[in-house]
Design a protein around this ligand. Structure first.
Ligand code: TYD
Ligand code: MG
Length: 455
């Protein structure tokens, strides 16, 4: 009999390796490779052999399919991120750091769906039912008809779900679930994958929507949510900075709607409350204009959001000056600094540079380039930008400013929040009077000259 082969799997991305290594060359994570017995060893080396399978029916693309019906969660921010509500028989993964508020969010969503008439089962593998009930009381949801269980054995859970046939089953968390058919510890890549596979196939087969909680893990003993991303229909990440009360639910994959959509919540003493107007929130603690602070008119998914970009530039005592970034990409900051130096002759040599996106927000848009450049210049020159000005635009390596999408939406949001001027690249599609005066700039030298004098 063949000896069971063990392989080495990365618990962050699920990549397979022939031997152990300190660093996964697929995703670059350190100390995440662990030894595991693979799920199944297919027929060895002979292909499928002569045995015939059944014929699969084929159809063409013309057959009309009605759009999937959706259940509204009665939470506008959650519905938006799901693409308009929960799709029956769908599988959704909700990932996030431990303690960020996933259980709180999903318990609130469960109660909300139950109030709307769905049958909801909430299975906790981490907390006892008494703990979940206590949390529900604290959230004012004690009278909800959500059915609770504290269980980690997936065979028992699936048998229960099969019998109960709920509309929605929430599994908190996928890393605590285990299948008796898989010979490795709960939380290992094999267990997490096999459990997610059982749950998603159950969802398709029985028409129950499942929502899986996945903790983002820093070390290799427990598999992260990335190893099941490809199996589910929708992947949401719950993000936020510790110490900030804002939480952002972001869709990174959605088979039923647009990705990159965000929902904004605020963590309060009585659970998460929805933030319908995030711009007002992210700008709320802004006083008068100050050097180093610039308002960026951004777009998250389909939604315009104004955020404050803050920079601090100070003389450095280090031979390698510090470059620290919170909420933005560090590589992109280096690029902006290089473009400022090469194309506008403004050097940050011998200066420490700190960049922060206010409110615990994370920006991925290249359209923030110009706002970042403006914040850096403003901090370096110790000169504030004119009040009531928003900035957006992508910066190319040549120093030219490139037009960005949805300029109109950005301007509308700026006007709504009382901004009167926008600095934007030339060539943006702006049809008529948006109520905001637009200063169009072709390139970085021009921007430096016009906004900061000679620079
Ligand atoms: P939790 O939902 O348990 O996080 P996760 O499931 O992602 O690990 O959230 C835990 C944090 O939320 C905890 O630090 C306390 C805080 N919290 C509040 O601030 N208010 C509340 O009403 C609740 C229920 C939790
Ligand atoms: Mg939890």
């Amino acid at each position: 009999m063949a000896k069971p082969v063990t392989t080495f799997l990365c618990s962050a991305c699920g990549a397979t390796h022939k031997k152990w290594a300190g660093r996964c060359d697929a995703c670059g994570a350190w100390n995440t490779i662990t030894e595991e017995t693979p799920l199944s060893q297919g027929p060895s080396g002979k292909g499928l052999g002569a045995a015939k399978g059944a014929r699969v029916p084929l159809s063409d693309l013309r057959t009309e399919e009605a759009p999937p019906p959706r259940h509204s969660s009665q939470m506008a921010e959650l519905d938006r991120v799901l693409g308009g509500g929960l799709v029956p028989a769908s599988a959704t993964l909700v990932g996030g750091d431990p303690g960020i508020g996933k259980s709180t969010l999903l318990l609130q969503a469960a109660a909300s769906f139950a109030r709307a008439g769905l049958k909801v089962v909430y299975v906790s593998g981490e907390e006892a039912t008494a703990q979940v009930r206590m949390r529900a009381q604290r959230l004012g949801l004690a009278d909800s008809s959500v059915l609770l269980a504290a269980e980690t054995n997936l065979r028992d859970i699936l048998t229960t779900l099969e019998a109960e046939a709920p509309d929605l089953a929430i599994i908190d968390s996928i890393q605590t679930m285990w299948l008796d058919t898989v010979d490795s510890a709960p939380g290992s890549v094999s267990q997490v994958r096999a459990s997610a596979h059982e749950l998603t196939t159950f969802a398709k087969r029985r028409g129950t929507s499942v929502m899986l909680v996945g903790h983002v893990t820093k070390e290799g003993q427990i598999a992260g949510p990335r190893v099941v991303e490809h199996m589910v229909d929708t992947v949401l990440y719950f993000e936020g900075e510790r110490g900030h009360q804002f939480r952002i639910l972001r869709s990174v994959k959605n088979r039923f709607g647009p990705a990159d959509e965000i929902g904004v919540f605020e963590m309060t003493g009585a659970g998460l409350s929805e933030v319908a107007n995030p711009s007002a929130l992210f700008l709320s603690d802004r006083e008068k204009p100050s050097p180093g602070s610039v308002v960026f008119a951004g777009i998250e998914g389909t939604r315009p959001v104004l955020v404050e970009v803050q920079a601090l530039v100070a003389p450095s005592s280090l031979s390698q000056p510090r470059r620290a970034v919170v909420g933005w990409d560090g590589g992109r900051l280096s690029m902006i600094l290089a473009v400022l130096e090469a194309r506008a002759g403004i050097t940050f040599q011998g200066l420490d540079v700190y960049l922060n996106i206010a409110g615990g927000m994370r920006i991925n848009e290249p359209a923030a380039d110009l706002a970042v450049a403006a914040a850096l210049l403003s901090a370096r020159e110790d000169a504030a930008l004119p009040a009531e000005t928003v900035v957006f635009g992508e910066l190319s390596l040549s120093g030219a400013l490139r037009p960005v999408s949805q300029a109109e939406n950005r301007l509308k949001e700026a006007m709504k929040l009382g901004f009167s001027t926008a600095i934007a690249p030339v060539g943006c599609k702006i049809s008529q009077d948006s109520g905001v005066t637009v200063q169009s700039m072709a390139d970085l030298p021009r921007f430096v000259g016009e906004v900061f004098g000679a620079g």
